[in-house]
Design a protein. Structure first.
Length: 118
C-alpha cells in the first residue's frame, strides 16, 4: 500500500486583508453570544440572490467555517455553491462602505448591484 497524502482543500471563499479587518471590527463590537459572522445568499432583489452578512450565534452542520485573525466567518451551506472561488473585500470611500464580492459564478446582476443571478 502506498502513502497517499491528502491535499489541503482550498478555501471556498478568498478574503482580502480589508475583509478580514472588517470582520475583526465587527467581532470587537459583537453582541453577546455571537460566535462569528455569517455570509449567506438569500433570495431577494430583482436578479434573484443577494449577499447578506449577519452575526451568528451557532454554527449549522453544513456551514463552511473560515478562520481569520479577527474572528470566524461562516458561509451558509446552502449558499456555498454560488460562492466558490469568490473574493470578499471591504471597500470604503467618501460616500459608501460595504463588503464587495468578485464572484466568478455570477452570470448577471441588477443595475443597482444589490442582487445577482447564477
Amino acid at each position: 500500500m502506498t502513502d497517499v497524502k491528502a491535499r489541503a482543500r482550498p478555501a471556498a471563499l478568498i478574503l482580502t486583508a480589508g475583509a478580514e479587518a472588517r470582520i475583526a471590527d465587527l467581532m470587537a463590537k459583537a453582541p453577546d453570544g455571537a460566535i462569528g459572522v455569517k455570509l449567506s445568499t438569500p433570495r431577494r432583489g430583482c436578479s434573484g440572490l443577494a449577499y447578506s452578512v449577519d452575526y451568528v450565534t451557532e454554527a449549522k452542520p453544513f456551514d463552511e467555517k473560515i478562520e481569520t485573525t479577527g474572528g470566524t466567518l461562516y458561509v451558509d451551506g446552502g449558499s456555498i455553491l454560488y460562492l466558490i472561488g469568490s473574493t470578499m473585500d471591504w471597500v470604503e470611500d467618501d460616500f459608501t462602505a460595504g463588503f464587495v464580492f468578485n464572484n466568478p459564478n455570477a452570470k448577471g446582476a441588477c443595475g443597482c448591484g444589490e442582487s445577482f443571478t447564477v
